[in-house]
Design a protein around this ligand. Structure first.
Ligand SMILES: Cc1cc2nc3c(=O)[nH]c(=O)nc-3n(C[C@H](O)[C@H](O)[C@H](O)COP(=O)(O)OP(=O)(O)OC[C@H]3O[C@@H](n4cnc5c(N)ncnc54)[C@H](O)[C@@H]3O)c2cc1C
Length: 370
């Protein structure tokens, strides 16, 4: 008998879990069904910056997850022959207002690189050198640090790419919402489906997904919005790094004069998916600090998604205590495109081996689930 595995949620965690379940040596003994509603998905809305190494966060387990997550993404891109619209390794530039802060950042980067060689080359750039590397940003305010290993993924394309691969093997996808009936049964479009294992990868909706089983999940939702502009008459098509200015929104060049600006972090609005024009205006005003000649008329896309946060901002994943058939991965916050593929991989591995120990990467799951 084949093992029946369900994945609820087709964002980066669910799609990565599906991909890795298709890579397992015994994949021919596993049937995987992925359910995805898609509404408000954080993955599709995300800016896609993969550059965790200089984060100020003190949580060492989170850092291990993010550092190894960034490395895994680069490996997946090579292994699966991803195109440059899906994964682009053009580097990141992080600016600092204060020269001493920049020197400190440089020292930290050199230290971190000892354990993360994928950071690549690290160099301090003057404002003029920044403009040469990112000509679309024609008036950078401060000097910055360039890290060649920084990358960007387009979350929606990344998931589609992985799901396409898995669908050729052991994956079936059902679009729409599913609901728990009990620890092994899901209801989908008025039918009940039995599964040996169920992976909950519903991001900010994990609380609602698990509620019918009486399981409490300590996460909160946060709205994020960003915009994409087409900078008028910008023709240069060179590959450009992502720019992360201090205390400002990030600027992500996409080629063909397109630039993403964002993203916001709105705790009040939670699951609200409305695009707010006042936010769009604010993002454009901020971008004026760095780019001349753009206005709200140049906005070609606005995206909104819902992030999931835990109280200590750390993701959680694993088998739910007292519910051996159910695994969960959520709470990925603002760096979930970076950590999500590794969380998905670990969940896929746990489906076949419950004894795996990930203490290096996570706190006990009981801190987030009861
Ligand atoms: C605006 C924005 C910018 C961001 N920028 C970055 C960035 O630059 N770098 C970075 O690393 N991270 C970034 N993030 C964070 C990252 O996008 C998220 O942490 C990550 O995508 C979460 O992935 P997930 O798979 O857990 O959840 P999601 O991507 O939200 O996927 C969950 C899926 O489950 C579905 N679902 C929910 N309930 C059900 C149900 N009952 N049945 C079926 N399906 C269901 C949802 O519809 C959704 O499709 C950003 C997020 C936002 C919103």
């Amino acid at each position: 008998m084949k093992k029946k595995v369900a994945i609820i949620g087709g964002g980066i965690v669910g799609s990565s879990a599906a991909y890795f379940l298709n890579c397992l040596p015994n994949n021919d003994k596993i049937d995987v069904t992925l359910f995805d509603d898609g509404q408000g998905q954080a993955t599709m809305a995300a800016a896609g910056i993969i550059s965790p190494w200089l984060s100020k966060r003190r949580n060492k387990k989170w850092y291990q997850l993010a550092k190894d997550g960034a490395k895994l993404i680069a490996k997946i891109a090579v292994d699966t022959n991803m195109n440059s619209e899906t994964y682009a390794n053009n580097g990141t530039i992080i600016t600092r207002k204060n020269a001493d802060d920049l020197t400190n950042l440089f020292e930290l980067a050199k230290k971190r690189k000892l354990e993360a060689p994928q950071m690549g080359s690290i160099e301090i750039l003057t404002k003029e050198e920044i403009t040469k590397k990112i000509p679309i940003i024609n008036k950078p305010l401060y000097d910055g640090l360039f890290i060649s290993g920084g990358a960007r993924i387009e979350g929606g394309f990344f998931c589609r790419h992985l799901l396409n691969i898995a669908q050729k093997n052991n994956l079936k996808i059902l679009k729409g919402k599913t609901t728990f009936q009990d620890d092994h049964n899901l209801e989908y479009k008025h039918q009940i489906y039995y599964f040996d294992k169920i992976i909950v990868a519903t991001g900010a909706w994990a609380k609602q997904t698990l509620a019918p089983l009486g399981i409490k999940c300590k996460i909160r939702a946060q709205k994020g919005q960003l915009i994409e502009v087409k900078v008028p008459s910008f023709k240069n098509d060179q590959k450009m790094p992502v720019m992360m200015p201090e205390s400002e929104f990030d600027l992500i060049p996409l080629g063909q004069g397109k630039l993403i600006i964002g993203a916001t972090h709105d705790n009040e609005q939670q699951f609200d998916l409305n695009i707010e024009k006042s936010v769009t205006n604010h993002l454009i005003t901020t971008a004026h600090h760095f780019v001349t000649g753009i206005s709200t008329n140049d906005v070609i896309m606005e995206r909104v998604g819902t992030r999931a946060y835990t109280n200590d901002y750390a993701p959680f994943f694993g088998t739910i205590p007292g519910h051996d058939s159910i695994l969960v991965g959520s709470g990925l916050g603002s760096s979930g495109l970076t950590t999500g593929p590794l969380v998905g991989k670990f969940l896929a591995e746990l489906v076949c081996n419950e004894k795996l120990n990930f203490a290096h990467y996570r706190k006990p799951i009981g801190q987030y689930i009861s």
